[in-house]
Design a protein around this ligand. Sequence first.
Ligand code: UD1
Length: 418
Amino acid sequence: MYIIQGGETLSGKIKVQGSKNSSLPILAATVINGKKNIICDVPLIKDIEVMCKILSNLGATIVKRGNVIEVDSEKVNSFEVPEQLMREMRSSIILMGALLGRFGRAKVSYPGGCEIGPRPIDLHLKGLSLMGVDFSEGHGFLNAKTDGLKGADIHLDFPSVGATENLMLAGVLAHGTTIVRNAAKEPEIVDLQNFLNRMGANIKGAGTDTIKIEGVKIHDLRAVNDYTVIPDRIVAGTYLVAAAITRGHIILTNVITEHLEPILAKLRETGCVINSRNGQVELYVDKPMVSLESLRTLPYPGFPTDMQAPMMALLATVEGTSILTETIFENRFKHAQELRRMGANITINGNTAIIKGVKKLTGAIVEAKDLRAGAALIVAAFAAEGETVVEGACHVERGYEDIVGKLKALGAKIVKKH
Ligand code: UD1
């Protein structure tokens, strides 16, 4: 649990960690080439630990030096992702595309991860079926098998991030051309393309809605000696919101401003002053903030669903009524109930939250039920009078590296207790 004393104004400068959602598929991708790959700026967080455990369980040799992870996949000799580890992290499903490419086989249990509504994998399965994969189920496992992946023209019903990544990974060694239409356009997809192309893959179009993957042969693939993942735009957004909720002043380094634009646009609309230059973003608040008539989560370049919870916490402290609609995930409003315990005035109506700003929040004992909800509750605690106890630190640790240290550096009063 985190124990937080509210009322401090956060100010200072911090360096943003590397992206979790880039590192995970890139680590999965290391399975494909059977060589030693070195990845830099990987965040030291729980989800990465789990991914590394899975890779070493498959037979890879992992060496960690701070934020640099070396994965040698030469000796990978298993295509079965252990059930326990799979349950700990839903995104381990992206190993399927990589394992199918390398072995033509993959065995995974049904994925675990955040408790944010049903998170089906039908789009992954439909796409891979078109590439010649047969699936059979049994005892909570999903068995995937192919005599050889073949290129296919795939139209996703929804631009799923995970499905797009899985199909890119599968396409690398497929016979022929794979086209993914209505693909996700998130910056992490572009990062995965860049990594795979460094490995010798032939992928074009990431960042647009059509991605084309020309299959290559495994002997065409090379080791990737040093690849640095992009900065984490959601972590950056969370720290910006933490500063804004205390009406503070923050400078973030290691950011790609363009990736942050959907978040910055909405923060500007609330009245925050934002300056960005030379890979830095500065935010401060010098006048009363204003509510948002409409904020909708959307696939990139829309406002990210992962920022919905922290933004809700911020809007709960802004005078006036804000309307926030979640269009990506069902059941992603569990934090609203916890924010209410802190005095927030939030009404949920289906996938819409109506937030009436209150003069002050008050400390309470609250529970984080998923990663971003945890971030939202911590942020809310800074604006609350008195002490807040946020339970569920394990969720927060899945995605934020040294969150206590970083927030303390900004002047927050936060400690972690077991
Ligand atoms: C990724 C991110 C997560 C982020 C999400 C949306 C990683 C490791 N995680 O998750 O932080 O919140 O993108 O930006 O990168 N869906 C289906 N069928 C499928 C796949 C998805 O119906 O086969 C639905 C999901 O239930 C959800 C929506 O599509 O409602 C978005 O899911 P998706 O884009 O796949 O998210 P993830 O890749 O799981």
